[in-house]
Write a protein that binds this ligand. Structure first.
Ligand code: NAG
Ligand code: NAG
Ligand code: CU
Length: 836
């Protein structure tokens, strides 16, 4: 909400730090008379109008606060009579960022200065970069070692120096390579040293580098010029399209690049890239043609980039001349020509409204209102909410992450981070057949582009910008609204119980599940991934990923039928497997932790009352002693809980005081282990892996994973190969989620998120003595005013929450009136119900 941050900005400008925390009294939002709301025939319409009034009310109230800071009116009613929350949101960048803060604008500029001047690195300005120069691909915060950060956080130790991980492309070297540097201390960098790690090769083969924007443009220009020269005429004739020189009505093809990884071409130095042709319609991935070229991008000299193979209509040609000769020798009447579809709003691939609009009249959907202001605070990318606190990042390489997640001041997790996103395709054609996207090379975090209020996040969200260093520009790139933070209620109770009968106590307590969500949406070319971290009031942290966006289909032929359905003319939705990897560095009651499973097993016991056996289930605790013992592949026959706890810290009843990992997004990876592209995603072999924390096992994958299957730069299986003791150690939990996707026509134009929520939960498990949500003022309790005389009726306890007649419809007052008239609506009071 713009007005909120601008209000805050106004406050910050007007007042010294520290005084920005302001209490809003009833008077400051004073209203003259209550808005009278009568729910009549047009309930929905009324609701919409109410919401409009409400929203206006709030905006006006807030605007008035900004401008006058005293009083104002909004057409009646008393707005915000109970507003007490300081509503503290500070989106400014700190001068002294903490250990988890992403690189600041200032730091990025200072790092650039250093690598440009350093005599060893000699980075050229991005605007002048060429494939054979030294240039920066990306930089990211290189977090200090956990031990140092914990000393700082917990033992008043010194703030650890901040460093950046800087990925340099060294096309300037005699043997071109990729180098990764640790540059620091920030912001006044004094040195960049090659990062040394047992778990990440460095330097890295030049052939394994992620495609930079500049390289792709250079390569495409170089390669496609050659194609246009030899095959331009053919493409225009057969497809009505071409890679270049495409005056109307000729269409300029969009390019869809797909790497052919080194294990497939059996040579770590070979760099092969399929470039497919798609018509430039909304959206191009849904308009492939049956033509593509395999580019040879070996080495650092673009003048040597060339074309290895050409695919046309079910046949692979060894070079362009072969195809040209075939075309020349074929009777032109025998060649089937295809043409792009007409671009209309009704086209299956277009994201315009079509069909009969619903609802019949343009009534607005429900929206969120925070009647007393927001209930969380945000400063320096640290959030506090209802007992929770956490820091967040958006890593350019790996995407969103949380650090130092606490509940009631006690750390639950040191880090929870997305580590990798992969999509493995299947098809008959030679491109999709080998398309195994491993996305961190595409710089996952930088793909979290602007979130739209009302489209991606509730309008009431706080939106947070994110700054990255430009890859093709020397300037920083600030992505507005890259993340959103909002509180909403899920529309269902987090818990409730109604004890209706007097004999059973006659009370009700219930509470809607209001949660805080931190969201980013990563658009990696055609797909969109919505990544949420959700904080519940019962001490549960939910980590969810949903897929949407355009599928990546193939050109339809009958040979594609094992891999997908035909979903449009010439289009087959190719089968693929989405796989996601997360890191969860949990610290339950400290860093000395154990991982146990609670194995649920069938058992037989003696019946107490009859002379025979009886079947039931029991559970057995199973302590996992080493990393290999802890490798987990889901098996339906062996249900189990996964719990983590500190053996030295027990509950008052001497039980384990634990958190439980709930896996709600598991997916079987069917490809054999150790061959083809599987080699680079060994993390997908297990649904859960537990390792002892090590400072150089920071990320389970690497930006080189798209190409490096011949010899992975980071091989996750190395993290557990030494099979270390994991009892009473600092443990890291690695979680894999995924889903197979056989596209269907309802994926047109884009895949809906419904039903593809992949989630893992961190549940408190004997961690609290009872449910933490019992301290929430969100709950409602209803009981008899006088237990000894139920006929006097019931009282509704809302724990001091206001019933603000300006900013909300008087639903609660209406309900209270119902109970006043007939308390038996909720609990047995005056009548005999005749039912249990
Ligand atoms: C194909 O025909 C064109 C035009 O007749 C000619 O210029 C070209 O050399 C031919 N290409 C091949 C490979 O035969
Ligand atoms: C976020 O980005 C927008 C658009 O560039 C800008 O107007 C706004 O000032 C930025 N917010 C902050 C806190 O820097
Ligand atoms: Cu999919």
């Amino acid at each position: 909400m713009v007005y909120r941050s601008s209000r805050l900005q106004a406050q910050r400008d007007a007042e010294p730090e520290g005084e920005a925390l302001q209490e809003f009294s009833a008077e400051t939002r004073g209203m003259d008379k209550p808005v009278q709301l009568r729910r009549q025939v047009g309930v929905w319409r009324t609701a919409a109008i109410v919401l409009a009034v409400v929203t206006l009310c709030l905006v006006v109230a807030v605007a008035v606060l900004v401008v006058k800071g005293s009083s104002g009116s909004c057409g009646g009613g008393r707005c915000g009579a109970k507003a007490r929350n300081p509503n503290f949101i500070d989106l400014s960048e700190p001068n002294v960022p903490g250990p988890f803060h992403d690189l600041t604008k200032h730091e990025i500029i200072k790092i650039r200065e250093f690598i440009t001047q350093d005599p060893n690195i000699r980075a050229v300005d991005p605007e002048k970069a060429t494939v054979d120069s030294s240039y920066m691909f990306m930089m990211d915060l290189l977090t200090a070692n956990k031990g140092d950060i914990l000393k700082y956080l917990d033992k008043k130790g010194p703030a650890p120096d901040r460093h950046a991980r800087v990925i340099m492309y060294r096309g300037d070297k005699p043997v071109p390579m990729v180098e990764e540097y640790a540059c620091g201390p920030l912001p006044d960098v004094t040195s960049c040293t090659l990062i040394k790690s047992d778990k990440r090769r460095n330097p890295v083969e030049f052939s394994l580098r992620p495609l930079s924007i500049m390289e792709f443009e250079t390569a495409a220009t170089r390669v496609l010029t050659q194609v246009d020269k030899k095959l331009g005429h053919f493409m225009k004739d057969v497809f009505g399209g071409s890679y270049m020189n495409c005056p109307e009505p000729i269409k300029c093809f969009k390019l869809y690049p797909s790497p052919m990884a080194t294990n497939i071409v059996s040579d770590i130095n070979k760099r092969r890239l399929w470039i497919w042709a798609d018509y430039p319609l909304e959206y191009y991935s849904l308009h492939p043609v049956d033509f593509g070229i395999l580019a040879n991008l070996d080495g650092a000299d673009p003048s040597k980039f060339g074309i290895d193979k050409v695919w046309f209509r079910g046949k692979l040609y060894n070079n362009m001349d072969e195809l040209a000769a075939f075309y020349n020798s074929t009777n032109k009447n025998d060649i089937k020509r295809i043409r792009p579809k007409e671009e209309t709003k009704d086209l299956y691939s277009s994201m315009h409204l079509r069909g009969d609009p619903k609802p019949a009249e343009p009534l607005r959907p429900p929206t969120l209102v925070e009647p007393d202001g927001i209930r969380y605070t945000l400063k320096d990318r640290k959030v506090d909410y209802m007992g929770w606190s956490f820091n967040f990042r958006l890593s350019s390489l790996t995407g969103p992450a949380l650090y130092d997640v606490r509940y009631n001041g006690e750390r639950i997790a040191y880090e929870i981070a997305m580590n990798e996103i992969a999509v493995f395709y299947s098809a008959d054609n030679p491109l999709q057949r080998v398309t195994d996207f491993v996305d961190s090379g595409a710089l996952i975090g930088t793909h979290s582009k602007s979130l739209v209020p009302g489209g991606d996040c509730p309008e009431s969200s706080t939106f947070v910008n994110q700054t990255f260093p430009g890859q093709t520009l020397s300037n920083n790139v600030e992505i507005p609204r890259a993340l959103c933070l909002f509180e909403n209620n899920n529309g269902y109770p987090i818990r409730r119980h109604l004890s209706f009968a007097q004999a059973e106590g006659a009370f009700y307590n219930g509470m809607l599940d209001s949660v805080l969500t931190l969201r980013s949406a990563l658009t990696v070319v055609n797909y969109d991934y919505i990544v949420d971290f959700i904080f519940h009031q019962n001490g549960v942290l939910e980590s969810r990923i949903m897929s949407t966006g355009y599928i990546y289909p193939s050109f339809y032929t009958t040979a594609e039928r094992p891999y997908g359905f035909q979903i449009a003319e010439n289009v087959v939705g190719s089968l693929h497997h989405h796989i996601f990897h997360y890191k969860a560095d949990l610290d339950i009651s400290g860093t000395s932790n154990r991982y146990e499973t609670l194995d649920i097993k069938p058992a037989q016991v003696q019946l107490r009352t009859e002379p025979r056996k009886y079947h039931l289930t029991k559970f057995e605790r199973s302590l996992k002693k080493t990393e290999k013992e802890a490798l987990y592949k889901f098996n339906f026959d062996y249900p189990k809980y996964h719990v983590v706890h500190n053996d030295a810290v027990k509950t008052p009843l001497k039980e384990i005081k634990a958190y439980r990992i709930g896996l709600h997004g598991m997916s079987k990876q069917l490809l054999p282990e150790g061959v083809d592209s599987e080699v680079t995603i060994p993390w997908a072999r297990h649904q859960l892996v537990v390792t002892k924390h090590k400072d150089d096992e920071v990320i389970s994958s690497s930006p080189y994973a798209m190409w490096d299957s011949k010899d992975p730069v980071t091989d996750f299986s190395e993290f557990y190969k030494d099979d270390e003791n994991i009892v009473d150690q600092d443990l890291v939990f690695w979680i894999t989620m995924g889903m197979h996707h056989i596209p269907h026509t309802e994926d047109l134009p884009v895949t809906p998120t419904v039903g593809n929520h992949l989630t893992f939960f961190l549940f408190p498990y004997n961690y609290f003595t009872d449910c933490p949500s019992m301290s929430s003022r969100d709950q409602i309790r209803i009981e008899h005013k006088d237990r000894s005389d139920p006929k006097k009726g019931v009282r509704v306890e809302r724990y001091g929450r206001g019933d603000d007649t300006c900013s909300l419809p008087p639903y609660s007052q209406e309900y209270d009136k119902v109970l006043e008239e007939d308390p038996d609506t909720i609990v047995e009071s005056r009548k005999v119900r005749g039912l249990f």
